[in-house]
Design a protein around this ligand. Structure first.
Ligand code: DC
Length: 222
């Protein structure tokens, strides 16, 4: 079963995806981490992050996998704890807008999902990567709430106001980019998380999984 969770930065996708995966017994694939891992590889190998060709070559050459603890590994090295720096934030939107980079990441996501039940979170999971996902959810929240959540993570040296500005900028970029822009997939359950607790959001997603399982079970009995 594939559970797809899409939405803008700071809507709570990763926290929700992690918990739902844990409670449902599914693997968690954070596609944003896969893109961040590509940018990390470019920077850590000393390649020019503005050189499109170098970025594409890097994305094709690295082996992206799960580290077994809910994070991503690059060529076997766990890197999840290194992926939320300001340097990566600065480049990752541009790198993830490159079609060849998206193809490389999507191939890995589909390979991994072919072998197990997964919760996948990102921007284009239900629209592009898994259009036949069993459960599709679009999480949203107002900009101020999302900026507050990012600030509370404590991984950025930016002020709350700067984070809010960078989120507005990133939203615009994500929604307008030519390759796989952020959009609500047909049939997706839309949840505004601004005034919901994480438990409430998770419960609604788990309910949707439960209903889907019952439907699939019913079909098998027919
Ligand atoms: O969710 P995040 O901030 O970790 O995502 C990092 C970047 O990758 C962000 O600029 C959006 C992009 N991204 C994407 O284009 N498609 C996805 N499925 C996931 C993330």
């Amino acid at each position: 079963m594939v559970v797809a969770l899409d939405g803008p930065a700071g809507a709570g996708k990763s926290s929700v995806a992690r918990r739902v995966a844990e409670q449902a017994g599914f693997a968690w694939l954070n596609s944003g981490s896969f893109y961040r891992a590509v940018t990390w590889a470019v920077l850590s190998k000393g390649r020019n992050p503005a050189d499109r060709e170098a970025v594409v070559l890097t994305a094709r050459a690295v082996r992206l996998s799960l580290d077994g603890g809910g994070g991503v590994a690059v060529d076997g090295q766990p890197v999840e704890h290194l992926l939320r720096s300001d340097a990566i934030d600065e480049w990752v939107a541009r790198h993830s807008a490159i079609g060849e980079v998206r193809s490389a990441v999507n191939r890995r996501l589909r390979d991994i999902a072919a072998a197990r039940d997964v919760v996948v979170d990102g921007r284009d999971i239900a629209t592009v990567v898994f259009p036949d996902a069993d459960v599709k959810v679009y999480l949203d929240a107002d900009v101020a709430t999302r900026a507050r959540r990012r600030h509370a993570q404590g991984t950025s040296r930016m002020s709350l106001e700067e984070i809010e500005r960078s989120i507005v900028e990133r939203d615009r970029f994500d929604r307008l980019k030519a390759e796989a822009p952020l959009a609500v997939a047909p049939g997706a359950l839309i949840l505004d998380t601004s005034h919901l607790t994480i438990e409430e959001v998770c419960d609604r997603v788990l309910d949707a999984i439960h209903v889907k399982k019952l439907t699939l079970g019913d079909k098998r009995q027919v």
